[in-house]
Design a protein around this ligand. Structure first.
Ligand SMILES: Cc1cc2nc3c(=O)[nH]c(=O)nc-3n(C[C@H](O)[C@H](O)[C@H](O)COP(=O)(O)O)c2cc1C
Length: 208
């Protein structure tokens, strides 16, 4: 059985958070889909509000405090990412953007990313397409075709068979398919790794 890890990043600010609720439902559906394909799945939930101060410190100093470093490494080491933001002023919120501003370069390149958002009005659902998706395209992520937006009316009367549920299932199936096609993720590169042969170094040979 292959082990797979899915990082689940949620940028909701309220407590309880509808963004976290959507992230949890996407994560559970992704876990079920991957389990159906014979994978043992570990979900790594990341509440960005817990890292808000560290994210700003990283922006100001260029260094990640230890807890944020661990989280950035966990995202880098994951086989896939679920990234969910509340819509603020017709775009992702500042916390979501700032987190992905400090993520290490190339971390998301080729990684399957399921994007989701919550908002106060369904009229802003396309913010996923004109704001969130282009950011992940820039980061060279393999963003899944189905993006999931939840407006307040999507939660009301959710009997487990709503339009929202079927979008969640479709997005989760796309994520599982993409993860299944890839070898298990190897994690972030070790900045102290020895990249040249030690014998060459001792002999003074130019590794190039
Ligand atoms: C400052 C601010 C700006 C917002 N702007 C929008 C908006 O432009 N469009 C929208 O649909 N909802 C907007 N909302 C509503 C939030 O997106 C919505 O309440 C969201 O589900 C909150 O997520 P949370 O419960 O996880 O914090 C805004 C909320 C705040 C606080």
């Amino acid at each position: 059985m292959t082990s797979r890890t899915v990082a689940v990043v949620s940028a909701g600010l309220a407590q309880p958070s509808s963004t976290r609720l959507l992230a949890d439902q996407l994560a559970a559906a992704a876990r079920d889909e991957l389990a159906g394909r014979g994978a043992a799945v570990e979900l790594r939930a990341v509440e960005l509000r817990e890292h808000a101060h560290d994210v700003v410190n990283h922006l100001l100093t260029g260094f990640a405090p230890a807890a944020l470093r661990q989280t950035l490494d966990a995202v880098a080491a994951a086989d896939a990412l679920i990234a969910v933001t509340p819509i603020f002023n017709a775009s992702y919120n500042g916390l979501f953007k700032s987190f992905f501003d400090v993520i290490d370069r190339d971390t998301l390149a080729g990684k399957p990313v399921l994007i989701g958002a919550t908002g106060g009005t369904a009229r802003h659902s396309l913010a996923l397409e004109h704001a969130v998706r282009p950011m992940f395209t820039y980061l060279r992520a393999a963003t899944l075709p189905t993006a999931v937006f939840a407006a307040p009316e999507d939660w009301a009367g959710d009997d487990g068979d709503s339009a929202l549920r079927s979008r969640i299932r479709r997005a989760a199936a796309e994520l599982a398919e993409q993860v299944d096609r890839r070898p298990p993720a190897t994690g972030p590169a070790d900045p102290f790794a020895l990249t040249t042969d030690f014998a060459d170094l001792l002999a003074g040979r130019d590794p190039a």
